[in-house]
Ligand binder design. Structure first.
Ligand SMILES: [Zn+2]
Length: 367
């Protein structure tokens, strides 16, 4: 098999100039980025969702109260005016957008609108297989992980396990279970952080999905109150500290620093003691931060992406609007693009993979 690939490659090389033929892509070797990227390219994407994070909590806390979020803004590309799903501003529907690149409703929708303890997989609800960022990465031999702070996040591990995950779409076969490492707790954010730091130090997953829950829990019990020293602001400060630990771990390891992008966003905001009303701007307005290898420093994501995205002001923008905002649902296809992989099959949010994190430079290839 291997010699066939090599033979085909040699044939192709010898004929390439005359015929313009492109070499067949050999199956990925273990331990090597399947995308065959050069050293220094992005090998790891850590996607952090801080549940119920209002962007104005970050600005209210300021640099002293939220040093990590402010470091993300100073050293990364960000917007404090990203959007949730159009129809839902609750946890599982929006996290499902983040990992599938689909809206909740509509023809392309993942349809997972439930937000309580899961009884069905995402595919059972949709009535068809819903591929995810985990599928695309794992099928190409990359390592994936989920560390989450609410028990209901088992919907992801159960939807993409060895029983319910799709057959590997890319040779060689990496199996149907798309998630290599998982830890799902009952609101134990320190456990989530520990698992994430362990993975960064040892397992080195290529895609890590991290979820911190306490901000949302505090909002529900004590309201999304931004008064000085409010319980919610204190919870946001704790999430900031956790994000800061992740940033320190990446920055302290040169190999990781050179090859990792951290994305931080949220599933929804909140007001009063809830966030269910998808028409309320306090619920649908969320931050989206990107930081790490190749990411512009101190850049506004809407300025970087003026050709493909539009700052929505205070509007709640439907999916059929010509000018789309940056959404939490952009995370899946952005992560895959950074890893050199194609968009999630069936996805529609950011499916062109045109969201950029730095000014686009003309390639000098071929010179
Ligand atoms: Zn909630």
């Amino acid at each position: 098999m291997r010699s066939n690939w090599m033979y085909a490659g040699l044939m192709c090389l010898s004929l390439a100039a005359a015929l313009g033929c492109s070499a067949p892509v050999a199956p990925a070797e273990t331990g090597k980025n399947a995308a065959g990227k050069a050293p220094g390219a992005v090998q790891h994407v850590v996607l952090v969702s801080v549940d119920g994070l209002r962007p104005d909590a970050v600005t209210t806390l300021g640099e002293v109260g939220a040093p990590a979020f402010h470091r993300l803004m100073k050293e990364g590309a960000f917007t404090l005016n990203a959007r949730t799903d159009f129809d839902f501003t609750v946890t599982l529907p929006n996290h499902t957008c983040m990992v599938t690149g689909r809206p909740v409703e509509g023809e392309a929708g993942h349809k997972y609108s439930e937000n309580s303890a899961p009884t069905q997989s995402i595919h059972d609800v949709k009535g068809a297989y819903v591929a995810s960022v985990f599928d695309v990465a794992h099928d190409r031999g990359l390592r994936t992980a989920i560390f989450a702070g609410k028990p209901k996040f088992v919907v992801y591990t159960m939807s993409y396990d060895s029983a319910r995950g799709a057959a590997d779409a890319e040779a060689p076969d990496h199996g149907k279970a798309k998630v290599d490492a998982e830890e799902i707790s009952n609101y134990n954010d320190p456990a989530t952080l520990s698992a994430t730091l362990r993975e960064l130090a040892g397992g080195r997953a290529n895609f890590v999905f991290v979820h911190f829950a306490e901000t949302d829990k505090t909002g529900h019990t004590d309201t999304w109150d931004l008064e000085k020293d409010s319980p919610y602001l204190k919870a946001v400060a704790k999430a900031d500290a956790a994000v800061g630990k992740i940033m320190e771990a990446i920055a302290a390891d040169q190999a990781l620093a050179d090859s990792t992008v951290l994305l931080v966003t949220s599933d929804h905001g909140g007001t009063g003691n809830n966030h269910k009303d998808a028409k309320d701007k306090l619920n649908y307005t969320i931050p989206f931060f990107a930081w790490g290898a190749g990411v512009a420093k101190g850049a506004d994501l809407y300025e970087l992406n003026a050709a493909s995205r539009k700052n929505p002001g205070e509007e709640r923008v439907p999916y059929d609007a010509a000018a789309q905002p940056i959404r939490n649902g952009d995370a899946a296809n952005l992560a895959l693009k950074l890893l050199g992989l194609p968009a999630v099959p069936g996805s529609t949010i950011g499916a062109k993979q045109d969201l950029v994190l730095a000014p686009v430079q003309e390639k000098q290839e071929g010179k």
